[in-house]
Design a protein around this ligand. Sequence first.
Ligand code: MV4
Length: 480
Amino acid sequence: MKKILVANRGEIAIRVMQTARKMGIKTVAIYSTVDRNAPHVKFADEAVCVGEAPSSESYLLGSKIISFAKELNVDAIHPGYGFLSENADFAEEVEKNDLIFIGPKSKAIKVMGSKLAAKDAVKAYDIPMVPGIDEAITDVDKAKTIAREIGFPILIKASAGGGGKGMRVVEKESDLESQMQRAISEAISAFGDGSVFIEKYVASPRHIEIQVMADTHGNVIHLFERECSVQRRHQKVVEEAPSAVLTADLRSKMGEAAVKVAKACDYVGAGTVEFLLDENHNFYFLEMNTRLQVEHPVTELITGTDLVELQIKVARGEQLPITQEDLEIKGHALELRVYAEDPLNDFLPSVGNLETYRIPSGKGIRVDNGFEEGMDIPIYYDPMLSKLITYGKTREEAIQLMINAIDNYIVEGVQTTLPFGKFVCQHEAFTSGNFDTHFVKKYYTPDVLKLEMQQEARIAALIAIKQYQEDQQKLRLPIR
Ligand code: MV4
């Protein structure tokens, strides 16, 4: 494998290319017209424009990307996350064109892309699942019978949904029929598939996911958990590894379950098995993501692995170079997704120019960055600028490192989620580890953040005045 085309942009494109370069593999970047001068284009050995700014006219044009890959004698394509990374047809077309898809086989993508097919595949492996019905429901009376058995509140979920899309909470039986009809029609319009099913609603869960890695020789390992409960409208904002609440016993049970899920779909490559953990520490299989996830760096830091390197080795047909016994958790890692969004304005995208853009560095700080000072934030794509990751011996150290790193992350010209990240890291519910997926809804309001930002501004002003007065003393000039 001499040359890899990275079918992505931003921080993940650079991150994948960095590992390819470390392995002596040449890289090809693709870009849209608006990304012509983007850092991932400059970083690659070669680059090719695949079309206009809208993703549908560039980064999502699978066949066009494949034809460029063949023209440039590429051996493999890495999809990153998002875009085509979980598109089974793309994976199939890549392989049909004698290129290596750095990811799972299209069959595994298909199975795990349907929540019902995923449940079907894993149920033979005795994996704990949320009580409910594991087949598409069309008959309201049957739905009512099942709902009565499992008890309200229940959740109606779209089988083709994911990441919170196509989910509706139903509190009482009288709402069931109308909510089911809406869920079905929404699923048809959003996913082209109206299959819905119901589950018992787990009221205050933590969102815990297990990283798995499988090779083509039957070896499947897990690389422990990531806690992803701090989310805003199903968008993860802060992730960490390990979780603050998992016991060794729970970790081993969830790891074992995740490995079984991977085996259930003959998984190859890097994947993530999502679980809910309820207040009584019962865990339930939710779904499997068949891609390298945004938050993978926290796993790399606590295990000392490079997951992209493992992906490439597996794609080359090699055996995994590590066994389960080789792996242990060392230290604690925290990740903040830095979005060009305004936390004081309902996290709406903050469009503009990165007039000032200085990223922090130092021991225990990693920034997977996709932007440079002076760049405009394109409106066409996910507004994530970077991932700020800190690593310490303990969770407390990682949190303090994160707070300091946020203070040293200087961005002017757009608003970012950096102040929100600091709010999270300083909140008692977070620092105590006593939080769940409702953290943001429970504790965050723009006013709380405004107050904190004003207090900080006041302190900064007082420091500046004190410094000025001291300087004046030294210069012994009369204070004007
Ligand atoms: C659930 C749940 C509670 N009960 N299923 C969210 C997206 C997808 N990964 C599955 N998710 C959930 N499924 C049952 N039966 C809670 C979540 C969930 C969540 C729900 C609402 C708001 C934020 C959430 C964050 C993570 C998980």
